[in-house]
Design a protein around this ligand. Structure first.
Ligand code: SAH
Length: 209
C-alpha cells in the first residue's frame, strides 16, 4: 500500500513516519509513505500556492494549478491510485470506508490549509472528499495521518496479530485486579477473571465499539 501525501508542511509527518508500527511496516516494505511539498509544483518565481478567494472574504485558498500538477505527475509515476481531498465538508470517515480504501493499492492525499482549497480540486481532481469528523482543523495534515494509520492497520502484516487489527475495539483491563487510591477502589469485572471463555466472549461483545 502506497501513500503519497501532498502538503505545504511535509515536516509534520517526520516523526509520524518514523515511529512504531508505521515505521516497521515501511521497513518491511508492506507500506510506503511519501510526502510531496506542494511548492515544488509551482511555476512562478514566488512559488505561490495560495491566493485570495473570488467574491471576497477573509484568508487565502490553496490554488488549483499546483495541486493539478502534483497529482498529474504523481499519477504518471506510480500505478493506479485513488485521489483524496480532505475537507470538513467531505464524507465522514468510518471503519467501513477505511476497509474499502485499504484495497486501493495507492492513495494520493491532498492536505488543505488556510481557508481551504479551490473547489475545482474537489469537483475535478479528487475521487473522494473526506472529513474525519464534525469539527474544523487548521489543515489536512492531521486527517492524512488519521487516514494513513487507520488504512495501514488493515494491510496484512502491519499489526502484529492479524486478529487485533480486524476486530473493533472492546473494553479491556490489565493488572492490578483492584486499583486503590485513597478511598477509591476500582475493580476489574469479575467475569474477566473467571476463566470462562464463553462468558468472557459474551461480555466483550457487549462492550465492543
Ligand atoms: N473554510 C473552510 C475550513 C478550512 S480548514 C471550511 O469551513 O470549509 C483548512 C483545511 O483543513 C481544509 O481544507 C481541510 O483540508 C482541512 N480540514 C479541516 N477540518 C477537517 C476535517 N474535519 N476533516 C478533514 N479535513 C479537515
Amino acid at each position: 500500500m502506497k501513500f503519497d501525501i501532498i502538503t505545504i508542511f511535509p515536516e509534520i509527518f517526520d516523526s509520524f513516519k518514523n515511529e512504531a508500527l508505521i515505521a516497521r511496516a515501511q521497513k518491511k516494505k508492506i507500506i510506503s509513505i511519501n510526502t510531496h511539498f506542494l511548492r515544488d509544483y509551482t511555476d512562478d518565481a514566488h512559488k505561490s500556492v495560495d491566493d485570495r478567494p473570488y467574491g471576497g472574504g477573509p484568508g487565502m485558498l490553496l490554488k488549483v494549478e499546483p495541486i493539478f500538477k502534483a497529482v498529474s505527475e504523481l499519477k504518471k509515476k506510480g500505478g493506479k491510485s485513488k485521489v483524496i481531498l480532505f475537507s470538513p465538508r467531505g464524507k465522514k470517515l468510518d471503519q467501513k470506508m477505511v476497509k474499502k480504501l485499504s484495497k486501493a493499492g495507492r492513495l494520493i492525499l491532498i492536505c488543505g490549509r488556510y481557508e481551504g482549497v479551490d473547489e475545482r480540486v474537489a469537483d475535478h481532481i479528487a475521487d473522494e472528499v473526506i472529513s474525519i469528523g464534525d469539527f474544523v482543523l487548521s489543515g489536512g495534515e492531521v486527517p492524512a495521518m488519521v487516514l494513513t494509520e487507520a488504512v495501514s492497520r488493515m494491510i496484512p502484516g502491519v499489526v502484529g496479530k492479524e486478529e487485533s487489527a480486524q476486530k473493533m475495539d472492546h473494553a479491556q483491563y490489565t493488572r492490578p485486579e483492584i486499583f486503590e487510591a485513597g478511598s477509591k477502589k476500582w475493580k476489574v469485572p469479575k467475569v474477566l477473571l473467571s476463566g470462562d471463555h464463553k462468558k468472557i466472549e459474551e461480555w466483550r461483545k457487549k462492550h465492543t465499539k
